[in-house]
Design a binder for this molecule. Structure first.
Ligand code: ATP
Length: 695
């Protein structure tokens, strides 16, 4: 349907999703099936959890949710009425019911039309449309309805059953449409209801375990309302699709037979492609698979296009439907993300109303002309009897079909008869035109029929109030949802704070532990330092002792050892680092000239052979060799001048004793760096150095 204005400037509008949960059925009650859904209408929330899997509770939020207590009137006035109002303002609208078999799709869409309480969305829509038309003055309306079903991927006209399957076409500006779809012009709500009932009789239904009278096809009731403001001559067109889809359950549950399964696979194809379209739109995918099924092609405008759309997701409360309910809730949740761009359809080129109005005008003009022409010949005929000649010359109307003024006076009587005949013909044509005009005008409904009496005024007021109430309710749910969202955020922040607090707690504990360790280490360090100091002190004391000893020895050497021995000692004494002791190296047998002083054997000096050795030698015993030692070294020993036996402890004079005492005098605290000890050390170092070099 063509529409004015650029689409890019049109604000997006989400598909409105509502969930309706039917009451528990008698069968479910008898079987004592567990109820798994909880509905929170004031928050727009549905929760689903089975007792088996309580932990895995799932929560979904929608634009509105209704439990078993919600009446048909509630659902209609709160959700559908505003949408039908938009359709009456020239928008496209779509309401479709989705859900498992037996969850109340048909109940929601149709209900029981004869009952004021039980009538569903479609009959209520009829009432709203006609009460609007009746109240709208200065407008012409043209209301048409069509009814079709998609059964096993075939389009069937429910208002002309038996006709061959319909095709789908797509036209730019018009979108997807069904050529040759029969439409019925309606003049009242009753007319529309009659059409709906007639169409329903032609619907394909089947029996399944889940619902005795189950809809096996997708039924689409289309209402097209064209309206024209008489003053401004602006035409608006509103189109409303009311769709009752086939059950979405998995076929294994339905107890379907082979034929039914084949049928089901096609129904499922349409529904699964509907699911794919919803997913693609929700994910903003570049490709939306509308072409996968006839259903999705027909819904192209309603999902992601030029339409205001409501999805009613019907669910059951019982555990038996747990999986299907969850699937429906997920579907519905995804559909919430779909964005449409509804545009008011103003002044469309293909509006029938325009055609009708032009045709009516044309017919009116034609009739007006005919009336003039008819009046002239009849006046002519009357006047001719009185003053035939004079009046005749005045007739100059050229438009009159078959009417000629060529004939002359002598044939006057003949002419009269002809004119009468012609007049009759003209009258007949005019009557036909008038009938056609009447028929066309009959199709057009002039709004504002009902006079605004006190009753209708009150009704109008009541409807306004209802609208206000539903608007408020909608806002309340919105605010509640926002509040919950904020609460969630606060909770998250609180959780974060709690987790931060916990972190702080853990870190404080860690810190305390570390501090404890630090204190223990510090204590250990103090202990180690103390031990170290003690060791140091002990070492210093030992060193003191050693230094004392060394001093004593050096004093002894200096004072009691002969100079040459002392020198020899100095040269021969070597400190063995490994064994940590002084060792005397072997005597150096070199003389002053540097020649070896190694003793040489004296050939004259022969050791006498003992008798024993002689005897052995005589016997030629091998052991005799042991007693043969002729090469005796001549080694001149430096014999000491005195022996220790001759040593007598010297008499130490008093002065020497004083010197000794002075020499051995040590301080209590021996400082290793003191000059006294320094000299001792340097003296020792010198001796060691000299020995090392020599070695
Ligand atoms: N909200 C409700 N209140 C009372 N009864 C309901 C409600 N919803 C459904 N029902 C009842 O449940 C039964 C099944 O409903 P309905 O036939 O509408 O289901 P359905 O989803 O259209 O099934 P199918 O897909 O097979 O056509 C009907 O008897 C109907 O009256």
């Amino acid at each position: 349907m063509s529409a004015k204005g650029s689409r890019s400037k049109v604000p997006n509008e989400s598909v409105q999703v509502i969930v309706r949960c039917r009451p528990i059925s008698q069968k479910e009650k008898a079987e004592r099936n567990e109820i798994v859904t909880t509905i929170f209408p004031s928050r727009g929330v549905v929760e689903i959890a089975s007792s088996e899997n309580k932990e895995n509770r799932k929560v979904f939020t929608y634009d509105a949710v209704y439990d078993y207590q919600a009446t048909q009137k509630n659902v209609y006035s709160e959700v559908v009425r505003p949408l039908v109002g938009s359709v009456l303002d020239g928008f496209n609208g779509c309401i479709f019911a989705y859900g498992q078999t037996g969850t109340g799709k048909t109940y929601t869409m149709e209900g029981t039309p004869s009952s004021e309480e039980q009538m569903g969305v479609i009959p209520r829509t009829f009432e709203q449309i006609w009460s609007h038309i009746d109240r709208t003055r200065n407008s012409n309306f043209l209301v048409e309805v069509s009814y079709l079903e998609i059964y096993m991927e075939e389009l069937r006209d429910l208002l002309q059953p038996g006709t061959k399957s319909l095709e789908l076409r797509e036209k730019e500006k018009v979108g997807v449409y069904v050529p040759n779809l029969h439409s019925v012009c309606c003049k009242s709500a009753e007319d529309m209801l009659r059409v709906m009932v007639q169409g329903n009789k032609n619907r394909t239904v089947g029996f399944t375990n889940m619902n005795e009278h189950s809809s096996r096809s997708h039924a689409i009731f289309i209402i097209k309302i064209e309206m024209c403001d008489i003053e401004t001559n602006i035409i608006k067109v509103g189109k409303l699709n009311l769709i009752d889809l086939a059950g979405s359950e998995r076929q294994s549950k339905t107890g379907a037979t082979a034929d039914r399964l084949k049928e089901a696979s096609k129904i499922n194809l349409a529904l699964s492609s509907l699911g794919n379209v919803i997913s693609a739109l929700a994910e903003d995918s570049p490709h939306v698979p509308y072409r996968d099924s006839k259903l999705t092609r027909l819904l192209q405008d309603s999902l992601g296009g030029n339409s205001k759309t409501i999805m009613v997701a019907n669910i059951g409360p019982s555990v038996l439907n747990y999986n299907e309910t969850l699937t429906t809730l997920r579907y519905a949740s995804r559909a919430k993300k779909i964005q449409n761009k509804p545009i008011k359809n103003e002044d469309p080129q293909d509006a029938k109303l325009k055609e009708y109005q032009e045709e009516i005008q044309r017919l009116k003009n034609l009739l007006a002309q005919r009336n003039t022409i008819e009046r002239v010949p009849s006046a002519m005929a009357t006047s001719r009897t009185k003053k035939p000649k004079k009046q005749r010359s005045e007739i100059t109307v050229e438009d009159i079909e078959g009417d000629t003024c060529e004939e002359e006076e002598p044939q006057f009587v003949k002419e009269d008869a002809k004119t009468k005949e012609q007049l009759e013909r003209e009258k007949k044509t005019t009557a036909e035109l008038a009938a056609k005009l009447g028929e066309l005008e009959g199709q057009l409904i002039r709004g504002g029929k009902s006079i605004l009496d006190t009753y209708t005024e009150r009704q109008l007021e009541l409807e306004k109030k209802l609208e206000e109430i539903s608007e408020r309710k909608r806002r309340e749910v919105e605010i509640q949802q926002k509040l919950e969202l904020e609460e969630e955020t606060t909770l998250e922040i609180r959780e974060t704070v709690t987790s931060l607090e916990q972190e702080v707690d853990i870190k404080t504990r860690k810190l305390n532990k570390c501090y404890g360790k630090y204190l223990a280490l510090q204590q250990e360090m103090t202990d180690t330092k103390f031990d170290h100091n003690q060791d140091l002190r002990e070492l210093e004391m030992t060193q003191n002792e050693l230094v004392k000893e060394l001093k004593k020895l050096l004093l002894i050497i200096d004072n009691f050892v002969p100079l040459e021995v002392k020198n020899r000692l100095y040269t021969q004494a070597k400190y063995d680092e490994e064994q940590e002791e002084w060792k005397l190296s072997p005597t150096d047998f070199k003389n002053d000239a540097g020649n070896s002083k190694r003793p040489v054997s004296n050939p004259k000096n022969r050791r006498p052979i003992s008798d024993f050795a002689l005897q052995k030698a005589k016997k030629n015993e091998s052991s005799a060799i042991r007693f043969r030692n002729e090469n005796i070294m001549k080694y001149e020993l430096d014999m000491p001048c005195r022996t220790t036996c001759e040593y007598k402890s010297p008499k130490i004079s008093a002065s020497l004793q004083a010197v000794l005492a002075e020499a051995m005098k040590t301080e209590d605290d021996i400082d290793i760096g003191s000059t006294n000890r320094q000299s001792l050390r340097s003296r020792l170092d010198r001796i060691i150095d000299a020995n090392t070099k020599r070695g």
